[in-house]
Design a protein. Structure first.
Length: 209
């Protein structure tokens, strides 16, 4: 079964695109009302397929970036000390960097909800670096300059993950091999294997050598 096709059939007419973002499933809609009020239908699908599903606005209905910048700074308390806003239009995300991220999130995510309902952008919060780092800034510049490539890469990873998805499948196997870190300090290295993949987790340094 095709998990994206299954979701599209359940939300017929409400979403314009369904794609993978790594192991997550992201849906895009051009229906502003569904973006704001479709949470219960998304939750029902999540309960059925047991996978994380996120609903975002399609680029066509996103508010202008300059206007969104002003709206966010008006909604978020000044005490949060926003240092930067990074727009990722290919994924309909705005990254908010602040010295006090908790004040950007608000009680039970209330401020984030207000930002999304007002601007239609999906806000993500990051703590501003305590010490300004040119290396960090360069990494983020490359990361967001190539966000369309990153979106395609994450989609390709998701296709591999869900290639043989079957909601009725109950059995399978996973093998975890400790190549390092077992009874050691450092040298962390774990091989995770499934019938269709081999994933190397970490590749640490042996401090004794």
């Amino acid at each position: 079964m095709n998990i994206l096709k299954t979701i599209e059939e359940k939300l017929s007419g409400e979403i314009c695109e369904a794609t993978f973002e790594g192991a997550n499933i992201v849906l895009y809609t051009q229906n502003e009302n569904f973006l704001k009020e479709g949470g219960s239908r998304i939750k029902k699908i999540v309960d059925e397929i047991k996978k994380r599903v996120e609903l975002r606005a399609d680029q066509k209905i996103l508010q202008d970036q300059e206007k969104t910048d002003k709206e966010i700074r008006k909604i978020v308390p000044e005490e949060a000390e926003i240092t930067n806003l990074i727009f990722d239009p290919h994924r309909s995300i705005v990254v908010i960097e602040a010295k006090k991220p908790g004040l950007v999130i608000g009680k039970q995510g209330s401020i984030l909800d207000e930002i999304k309902n007002t601007t239609l952008w999906t806000p993500q919060v990051q703590r501003s670096p305590a010490i300004k780092s040119q290396i960090t800034e360069n990494i983020r510049e490359v990361l967001y300059a190539n966000n369309n490539y990153r979106r395609k890469f994450l989609s390709s990873i998701g296709k591999k993950i869900y290639e043989e998805w079957d909601p009725s499948k109950k059995e399978g196997w996973i093998r975890m091999v400790f190549l390092g870190s077992g009874r050691q300090v450092g040298r962390s290295c774990i091989l995770l294997q499934t019938p269709t993949s081999n994933v190397l987790l970490d590749c640490g340094v042996d401090p004794s050598s």
